[in-house]
Design a protein around this ligand. Sequence first.
Ligand SMILES: Cc1cc2nc3c(=O)[nH]c(=O)nc-3n(C[C@H](O)[C@H](O)[C@H](O)COP(=O)(O)OP(=O)(O)OC[C@H]3O[C@@H](n4cnc5c(N)ncnc54)[C@H](O)[C@@H]3O)c2cc1C
Length: 614
Amino acid sequence: MAVLFRSSFVKINFGEYSCTLWNSNLRLKSSTVLPQNQLHKAENTPQRDPLDLSFENTKDAFKSKTTWELFRAFLVLKLSTYSYLVENHEKLIAQGKKILGPSLFKFLMKHTFYGHFVAGEDAKSIKPLLDRLRSFGVKSILDYSAEEDMSEDQAKEAMKKAKLSSQATSDPGELKKYKPYEKFADRRKYRVKARTYFYLSEAQCEKNMVTFLKSIDAVAGSTASTGFAAIKLTALGRPQLLMQLSEVIARTRKYFKEVTGVASENMVAQQVTPSTFATKLEYHKIKTDNEEVKKWLQNMDYDRKGVLPSVLLMNMFCWSGLVDLNFVMSDLFKVPNLQSGRMEPIITALNPDEEEMFQNMMRRLHHIAQNAREKDVRVMIDAEQSYFQPAINRITMEMMRKYNKKKAIIFNTYQCYLKEAYNNVVLDLELARRQGFFFGAKLVRGAYMEQERIRAQEVGYEDPINPTYGVTSEMYHKTLSEMLRQIVEDIQAGNEKRIGVMVATHNEDTIRFAVKKMEELGIKPEHKVVCFGQLLGMCDQVSFLLGQAGYSVYKYVPYGPIDEVLPYLSRRALENHSLLTKVDKELRLLRKELLLRIAQGKFFYKPKGNYLPI
Ligand SMILES: Cc1cc2nc3c(=O)[nH]c(=O)nc-3n(C[C@H](O)[C@H](O)[C@H](O)COP(=O)(O)OP(=O)(O)OC[C@H]3O[C@@H](n4cnc5c(N)ncnc54)[C@H](O)[C@@H]3O)c2cc1C
């Protein structure tokens, strides 16, 4: 996907798309396979190795590493299998710093955990590693990983300060999910595997924006325009605003159901038109000839292209206003009150300062997107907790609509551990198709499972996570299959590269599933519509074997000063400890290759790759 949507800019007739759409009627066509004569020709054929899907070929998997790096990888992964070390690592780090002093401690970290999981301190120092990855067929997603060293009490304080004026009351049922709770103020707790931003001030959010802009510059300068910059929306404004917007979305669904009796998924209602909606409002004794209500009904976002009522899509609000810089949340999200008949905000109105903060958040996001577009860099928006996710998803979709007109600049992330993941992806694909923008998505399983479950149970709403690991994996494979099916459908219609997917996982079964599905459907790496993603320092046997075989592969590459990336290292140690079967395999492969290199006297082996990432 290095040049996903880049190398050929096919003129797309979105009118045709809507025709295909009606026939497809949102059903999965399992028989869609791409005939070989419709495959696009590869422009250049780079050096390729055959792909061994057992991911056991240690010689090829580790030929990008020096013997010292192999030893370091073995040592670091081995240390993370010891429960005592992992459980007490924070104490040990503090003691280590005290006993060794700052310089020796840094030296030790650089030659162990930091050296293994982190690329370097800044954009300049990481360049040699990025070049080496590229020369072995692997591209980069840069992720500046410096974090605040904040205690739990400080996190609680930050949450209290950031609470919105309208968030004081508690609601019954599902809406409870979208309120802040002191117990969960420290969003790093309960085995969270991803970085957490806390709101300190608007100035801090500006600083975070500058960091992301620098990351875009670093991608532009060091990845030959093949990379991504990863960003999190909670870094760009008060996270409570995202919670509030998620609540608007939940309330809109609830209101829609109350009025029509039809459940609306993902803010898009099927089978209901504004006129049927108006009739339903009249049942509730709302005067639809009232000027305000009439205007509201006229402004409903209604897709009129359809011929089959089962796929009519209607939106109660015109969400594109959301990314408008003059947008006022309480003005946009007004509905007729079912008791009074008057147009009223669907949530308690934000105060003017909070409205301004929301606009600030959007301004920062636009600044990032514009910068990325100018520098020809793509932006990956990470998925976060499920109580932020409806807002993050909605904003990201609107940003895609705005910035992905000619190619995909903005990419969304979908967490397949969520019960609603498949439906969300299908509907978003549908919206992208109808509204004529390029759709880029990263599929992950999800990084907040334990915290999500505990919060749902303690606060008292439905657990948003699939009941078992098996169901999550099924959801992943089903969602990926649907995306691949639609990709093939596009290619068959001559409109390739409108959808791009990143299979972001360390799970070898899922990677095998994706590769086999690509083969089955006739999708080739040269189509540049499917890519893979793993973290730096994890699952190298997968990333490099795929990259060297000509698949599009990315490493999430963290960078930042040693002291500030310790929390990141801490999460990697915990994650590796919880993945013992996977780590066992990596250790076995590393041991095998190390012994071989020792037996062959290759102590000073110098990696030299001549692969060209796709
Ligand atoms: C490149 C990259 C980018 C990422 N970006 C994000 C991101 O933006 N947002 C995000 O949330 N995560 C992100 N992640 C992390 C990801 O969501 C997973 O936590 C991590 O990759 C482990 O999942 P896996 O598929 O690699 O491995 P596996 O070991 O196959 O899966 C473990 C995952 O399965 C799920 N799971 C485990 N047990 C159960 C259970 N009992 N019931 C239901 N589900 C279960 C959980 O999600 C768990 O993390 C990213 C990962 C990568 C590699």
